[in-house]
Design a protein. Structure first.
Length: 221
């Protein structure tokens, strides 16, 4: 067993860390650690990285709840790269996918590499938007909406609603789908801002279904 002093950090003080699922051995993500984040990872037994874009420590799962619990950390023969085996609480990727590596460049998907955005749903998109609000990455349109606030969000929802109406009136299905997707995205941004969860909306819809069912029964008597 080696110690942290033997790890060879690069000229920026970083070492690449390949994160794998401890059970499936699937590669989940590639991130970077500096000495401090590696020390935190060893102490907390949760992955902690150094964000090169934000220039700050990043405890995976701190905002999303998708913690990665460390089973082992193994250095390569040159001591300048790490493999981190973890048991994860949720998706590894900020897009809500199981792994950041989901896009085949050659060959066909075989179950370890998934095409498209597997497992994507309204809930995973909502979680991604929550993460955007917590981290506010520079250059993100979502960050721009959160910075501008409620009035901007409401204005965009009004504009997108109009676009849906126009596309639907023209009976243009592809355009209608496109505009509805835009509308759903902006409504979800508003929901995050207002602290309204997807489950809150589903519960409301479920309660309406029960009421409608009772009303129909009464009318049939």
């Amino acid at each position: 067993m080696i110690n942290i002093d033997e790890i060879k950090f690069d000229e920026k003080g970083l070492v690449p860390a390949i994160v794998q699922d401890a059970d499936t051995k699937r590669v989940l993500t590639l991130a970077y650690m500096n000495r401090e984040s590696l020390e935190i990872s060893l102490r907390e037994m949760k992955t902690c990285f150094w964000s090169r874009s934000r220039q700050e420590l990043w405890l995976k799962g701190e905002t999303s709840g998708n913690y990665q619990h460390i089973v082992s950390i193994i250095a390569d023969c040159d001591r300048d790269a790490l493999t981190v085996l973890v048991k994860k609480d949720g998706p590894a990727c900020h897009l809500g996918t199981d792994s950041c590596f989901s896009y085949p460049l050659t060959g066909e998907a075989d179950g370890t590499v998934e095409p498209g955005v597997p497992g994507f749903s309204v809930k995973t998109l909502y979680k991604m938007l929550e993460q955007r609000k917590a981290e506010m990455p520079e250059g993100s349109y979502t960050t721009y909406l959160f910075e501008k606030g409620l009035d901007k969000m409401l204005k965009k929802i009004g504009e997108e609603s109009t676009e849906v109406i126009i596309a639907a009136k023209d009976e243009d299905k592809p355009e209608t789908v496109y505009e509805i997707a835009d509308l759903v995205y902006h409504v979800l941004v508003l929901m995050v801002e207002a602290g309204i969860g997807v489950d809150d909306i589903m519960a409301e819809l479920e309660s309406r279904h029960v009421i409608d069912h009772k009303i129909k029964q009464e009318k049939m008597k």
